[in-house]
Design a protein around this ligand. Structure first.
Ligand SMILES: [Zn+2]
Length: 165
């Protein structure tokens, strides 16, 4: 259930980018049972990590804190609508609900006059296309090779995992 306190916290985290170099103004918090269990800000430049978005950092923080990879029952509050990377991470983790402040169009407008060198290099529309289409329909060329070798390891691992249950 929406709670403005948590969205204000996500926005407050995003504002830390005004004072902390290497961060960008995208903040997020994860909430479970009315408590914040994880927080994150975009640290892509600081960490040399293009996947260090506010949402992914908050998910990592919550998972470490709760010692799990299962965030079902958790809600994510973000200062900005999540990109496809973060939507994927949220779904992999099992996040139950999303509350956000600025949307993608508002974020795009806010940074529209930044010089190219100062922008975070995410082509949001291309990213959404790539994530929403089957391999053969994506812009990025890809080829499949050695599937039998890789599949054998998966089967061996599954057999081992079954024997551990
Ligand atoms: Zn993202």
């Amino acid at each position: 259930m929406y709670n403005e306190t948590f969205l204000r916290r996500a926005i407050e985290i995003s504002a830390q980018a005004l004072e902390t170099s290497g961060t960008e103004p995208f903040g997020a918090v994860i909430v479970k049972d009315g408590q914040i269990v994880g927080e994150g800000i975009n640290r892509s430049k600081m960490n040399h990590d293009p996947t260090s978005h506010g949402e992914t950092e908050a998910i990592r923080d919550a998972c470490r804190h709760l010692e799990t990879v299962d965030l079902r029952g958790c809600e994510l509050y973000s200062s900005c609508g999540p990109c496809a990377l973060c939507v994927a991470a949220m779904n992999i983790a099992g996040i139950t609900a999303l509350y956000y402040a600025a949307d993608m169009a508002q974020a795009g407008d806010a940074i529209a006059d930044l010089p190219e060198a100062a922008r975070f290099p995410v082509d949001v529309e291309r990213l959404t296309h790539e994530c929403g289409h089957a391999v053969a329909e994506r812009f990025m060329p890809s080829e499949q090779h050695l599937d039998a070798e890789a599949t054998k390891i998966l089967k061996d691992w599954a057999g081992h995992a079954r024997s551990q249950v």
